[in-house]
Design a protein around this ligand. Structure first.
Ligand code: 26W
Length: 802
């Protein structure tokens, strides 16, 4: 938008006084922040209105992205950037003596997601708006986001995150758009003039109230909407006796109270199922309402609407859409089923079997009786349809209801026209292993959409020095056409460029070191290698492998203080699910090792470990620009894609990786000389499973370095480590080492020696860094959503890039 500095200053001054009856000189950060937020909203409001109006046109297909999580991160700066007023506002505020940076830091980082899946949804929202795709987000407005992590004596403690305490400047409550969602009760079918209609009694009605957040595109016109639902008591119930009223109220409000802190681990609690149906039903009802404004017959739904199911959490979209088409719209089963499949598509984000949702049939029939009936009918018709084509075993393995449970992935696959994995390798594993039966039955439904990240948040906003540098080399078109970053390759042998790149990295490392000094009172040497592993704590991600290697370096230095080791700072950020004991033990172990090494005067600057508390989007924005090394070391076949790997390469980190998830595609982009690959391949892992020939104990016995390191877990070497050391030791040496940590240790150690070697040659290292930046463009979520639009949602984007 066009905004001059003087106009901004005038607007700002006036609004601050209107809102708070204060003069700027007497205002505080909170008032300054809310004033700016309000102003941004007014600046975006016309585009938001126009975008919404244009979306009501017939034939303008709308995309609805259903996700249990949207991990947006702070929005003040990104909104300013996307409105193209960041500089004007910064300068204007400066003249009032206000530092924009302070207002940015004042905003709470809304943690409405656990990790990769939720952050991906947020990147997609940014990219859809930027690419002018009519994309709406649909989710839950949790009152409490992901817990705040504190370390107490090295242990993780969880503290509730009341992110709404100061209000939320970006959302609009739209009570007039509220809908009713029904739970429990009895349902039966009655014959009404030749058609079976459901009759209900004794249901619990919950009011779903939408809160809309504008998603501003980086393109001067599109403002999309993220709609998050909040559960409230129905007005009709407010006449109850007071005690009963309060009880019922808290039961209802519980639905949108808190985000489940589970990541890749399924915990079948009733409240979770309630949450899933709540936002699915509310979302679909509001979609149908909007569709009806177009005045078209319901049979046109699939031309006007696509609904995407982000992992299985919203898979109840299948029976819910069926319910509405059958019961409310009076369609026959076949037509409703056809339409449902055309409208819906599904993404799988994990192959970990413990993450696959299965709901007990009793729970479903009690909580959602009509939905349960519909699921049973879908299941029976599926089995009947398949009977002539496949044997009984195949049908049993693929049907929805089995062993008293409803398998949500099966429901999603059977009820939609597309299922995709999130990286090439992941999709291949789905096709060949995890969902092989379905691949045989529905080969054409399967497709791959490799994940992506928005280069706006993960470079333009978070790494301004690098952005300016890139602009000075190749211009700024890469900001909307990120594969233009390949133009940087022209500079790969230009010493000047490479030294400048090294300087920028150093600057970012110094900035992060200052932050660590301020918040943790730990001094870091910015000339050391900054080696980063930031992601959820999970055994398959193998933070433990990283830690065992650190211990090996430590012992090497203890034995020989002059050992040839380039100074390193190991940076960890990770939350563990509160009930995941093993992951929490690893957190304690990392913290104790950090304490031991950081306080060892003989080690000094040579090794440091920083485990940042409460890893979040805003911390990622601080850490990633400062990374030299990106740790992507999951056991091959287990990480569906990863997206941190993409963010780190985009910021010039060199990846140490297994051939897992999108790491494979990163290697293909940068070439084998510019990434350090180690470890088992997915094929080798499957081979081990097949012949059961892995014996972790042998590695413990035969590798002296590993032997020494593992013994340290149980011999009292690490102060503060007792039971957890033994448990972790046992998991590796005694109980089979499920994730092949010991098998990959030596190879990993050698990979790290390579890092140590190459880093000493600044030009060689920076060339690798540059080629990583140059190769990162393809991993923009702009391209990813354009592929979803074209190949899954069947909609052409009015891309700003053509
Ligand atoms: C029901 C429990 C539960 C909760 C969350 C099961 C599964 C999940 C998510 C699917 C876990 C997740 O975030 N997966 C990650 O998704 C990213 C985006 O596609 C990928 O990059 C990561 O590799 C994958 O682990």
């Amino acid at each position: 938008m066009k905004l001059t500095k003087d106009k901004f200053k005038e607007d700002y001054q006036r609004l601050l006084t209107e809102l708070y009856s204060l003069d700027i000189k007497d205002s505080e950060v909170s008032e300054q922040y809310f004033t700016l937020g309000n102003l941004i909203r007014t600046y975006a409001s016309n585009d938001w209105k126009n975008t919404n109006e244009s979306y009501l046109k017939k034939g303008e297909k709308q995309i609805y992205y259903f996700s249990m999580e949207f991990l947006l991160g702070r929005m003040l700066k990104s909104n300013l950037l996307n409105l193209d007023i960041l500089e004007v506002v910064q300068k204007g505020l400066q003249e009032f003596g206000i530092h924009l940076e302070n207002l940015i830091e004042f905003e709470v980082d809304p943690g409405l997601g656990n990790g990769g899946l939720g952050r991906l949804a947020a990147c997609f929202m940014d990219s859809m708006a930027t690419c002018a795709i009519p994309g709406h987000g649909n989710g839950i407005r949790y009152k409490y986001g992901l817990f705040k992590q504190k370390f107490v004596n090295g242990y993780q403690m969880e503290i509730p995150e009341h992110w709404l305490r100061n209000g939320n400047i970006w959302e609009v409550r739209r009570l007039n758009k509220a809908v009713t969602v029904r739970f429990y009760g009895n349902v039966w079918l009655e014959n009404s003039s030749g058609r079976l209609v459901p009759r209900y009694e004794n249901e619990e009605a919950v009011l779903a109230v939408p809160y809309d957040t504008p998603i501003i595109g980086y393109n001067e016109q599109t403002v999309n909407t993220l709609r998050l639902w909040s559960a409230e008591m129905h007005p009709q119930d407010e006449s109850h006796e007071y005690g009963a009223f309060l009880k019922q109220q808290s039961q209802i409000e519980n639905i949108s109270e808190v985000l489940y802190p589970d990541d890749s681990y399924y915990d079948g609690r009733l409240l979770r199922l309630k949450q899933e149906y709540f936002f699915v039903s509310a979302g679909i009802q509001s979609i149908i309402r909007r569709f009806k404004k177009k005045d078209l017959p319901i049979s046109h739904l699939s031309e006007e609407v696509a609904i995407h199911i982000n992992d299985t959490h919203p898979a109840l979209c299948v029976p819910e859409l069926m319910r509405i088409l059958l019961d409310d719209e009076g369609m026959d089963w076949e037509s409703a089923w056809d339409l449902t499949k055309k409208v819906l598509s599904y993404t799988n984000h994990t192959i970990m079997s413990e993450a696959l949702e299965k709901w007990p049939i009793d729970m479903m029939s009690t909580l959602l009786p009509r939905i349960h009936q519909i699921i049973c009918e879908i299941d029976q018709r599926y089995a009947a349809d398949m009977r002539y084509r496949y044997d009984d075993h195949m049908i049993e393995r693929t049907r929805i209801i089995e062993g008293g449970h409803i398998k949500m992935a099966h429901l999603a696959i059977i009820g939609s026209h597309s299922i995709n994995g999130v990286a090439k390798l992941h999709t291949d594993i789905l096709k060949e292993k995890v969902l092989h039966d379905f691949y045989l039955i529905f080969p054409s439904k399967f497709n791959n959409k490799t994940n992506g990240i928005t280069q706006r948040r993960w470079l333009l906003l978070s790494n301004e020095p690098l952005r300016q540098f890139i602009d000075s080399k190749i211009g700024s078109n890469w900001e909307v056409n990120p594969t233009d970053l390949t133009n940087l390759k022209a500079f790969q042998n230009d010493e000047d460029t490479l030294f400048k790149l090294a300087q920028i990295k150093k600057l970012n490392k110094q900035r992060f070191a200052d932050y660590v000094k301020r918040t943790m009172n730990l001094t870091l040497n910015p000339d050391a290698i900054f080696d980063v592993q930031v992601k959820r704590l999970h055994a398959y991600k193998r933070q433990l492998l990283n830690l065992l290697h650190i211990l090996s370096l430590y012992f090497k230095l203890k034995e020989n203080p002059n050992a040839y080791i380039y100074p390193r700072v190991f940076i960890f950020g990770a939350k563990a699910a509160p009930s995941y004991m093993y992951a929490k033990q690893i957190i304690k172990l990392i913290n104790s090792v950090a304490h031991m090494i950081n306080h060892d005067h003989h080690i000094g600057d040579k090794l440091k470990i920083v485990f940042v508390e409460n890893y979040s989007v805003s911390l990622a924005e601080r850490i990633i620009p400062a990374a030299d090394v990106s740790e992507q070391i999951s056991l091959a076949s287990k990480e569906a894609s990863g997206t941190g790997n993409m963010k780190l390469m985009l910021n010039g980190a060199v990846t140490v990786a297994t051939l897992d998830g999108a790491n494979v595609e990163i290697r293909d982009q940068v070439g084998p000389d510019n990434i350090i690959i180690f470890g088992l391949t997915d094929k080798e892992v499957y081979q081990y499973y097949h012949d059961g020939s892995y014996h972790a104990y042998d590695y413990y016995i035969h590798n002296p370095i590993l032997h020494r390191v593992l013994n340290a877990l149980i011999d009292g070497t690490i102060p503060g480590i007792e039971i957890e050391g033994q448990d972790i030791f046992d998991s590796l040496v005694k109980y089979g080492d499920e994730y092949f940590v010991l098998r990959d240790f030596e190879d990993y150690r050698l990979a790290q020696e390579k890092v140590d070697q190459i880093y000493r040659d600044t030009l060689r290292w920076q060339k690798m860094a540059l080629l990583n930046i140059a190769g990162a463009g393809i991993f923009s979520s702009d391209y990813t959503v354009l592929q979803y639009a074209k190949e899954i949602w069947d909609v052409s984007a009015k891309s700003t890039q053509d």
